[in-house]
Design a protein around this ligand. Structure first.
Ligand SMILES: Nc1ncnc2c1ncn2[C@@H]1O[C@H](COP(=O)(O)OP(=O)(O)OP(=O)(O)O)[C@@H](O)[C@H]1O
Ligand SMILES: [Mg+2]
Length: 229
């Protein structure tokens, strides 16, 4: 049912990687559909490696003409839908956001990327005005250093917090394993510890992120049920 959309008008901030991590971990417990709307079709190439779990279905023919129907169909078919978008503010992006239960805005720990996240927030606020309802979202810091919290990251976190911007508690760290999923075309859990450094830590980080996503979805569902009552 819930649709999770990865959004950022900036390219290369970690949308596809974060979407892949979430899709992998969620699909261990429930069927997931990924709508691969990144023009490079990274999920489709990954699936060609032959290691995608049965629970993970990939739709790679979405465009701005059909994206709403594709999301609706997927949401009727599987408990989770994940949409990976291109790094622009194209019409398809706005359409996908209109269907989202949760929007995740990946941001790297540099000031420039945080400014780009501000552009993503504008898309969300516009959608809120159009639909006259709240859009649940969270900024996700990606590629952070697991060993040290840099001053830039702390500064960005502070700025986001001061502006009452919702930020995920979990950060996705810079991990070789997250790149290896694509190079080996393998699931995170299917990678081998001898091939990839710190695989256990990468899996623990992926699970923490996935649990936070599920908690947020549950909380917003309860809030909506409360409003309706
Ligand atoms: N947590 C991470 N750890 C290690 N590498 C990462 C992580 N997140 C992203 N990367 C790397 O950063 C690069 C960009 O990531 P990714 O392709 O996920 O970004 P994107 O936002 O989907 O880009 P685009 O807008 O081009 O679709 C890739 O080389 C990817 O391997
Ligand atoms: Mg991408």
């Amino acid at each position: 049912m819930p649709t999770i959309v990865f959004l950022s008008p900036k390219g290369g901030v970690g949308k596809t990687t974060s979407a892949m991590i979430l899709a992998n971990q969620l699909s261990q417990g429930a069927p997931v559909t990924v709508i691969d709307a990144d023009p490079n079709r990274p999920f489709q190439s990954w699936e060609r490696g032959g290691n995608a779990p049965d629970n993970l279905k990939i739709i790679a023919d979405a465009d701005e003409e059909n994206i709403i129907d594709k999301i609706e169909e997927a949401a009727a078919a599987t408990p989770f839908v994940i949409v990976d978008l291109e790094g622009t503010a194209a019409k398809i992006v706005v359409l996908a956001v209109s269907q989202a239960d949760l929007v995740i805005i990946p941001t790297q720990g540099s000031q420039l990327d945080a400014e780009q996240a501000g552009r993503a927030l504008k898309v969300i606020h516009q959608q809120e005005k159009m639909s006259r309802s709240k859009v649940d979202y969270g900024v996700l810091l990606t590629r952070t250093n697991p060993a040290i919290r840099t001053r830039t990251t702390s500064h960005i976190m502070e700025g986001l917090g001061n502006n009452a911007i919702s930020v995920f508690d979990t950060q996705l760290h810079e991990r070789e394993a997250y790149r290896a999923m694509f190079s080996f075309r393998q699931t995170l859990d299917g990678l081998r510890g001898e091939d990839v450094a710190n695989l256990d830590k990468a899996i623990a980080n992926a699970n923490a992120f996935t649990m936070e996503v599920v908690d947020r979805l549950r909380a917003s569902k309860q809030a909506r049920a409360g409003e309706a009552a």
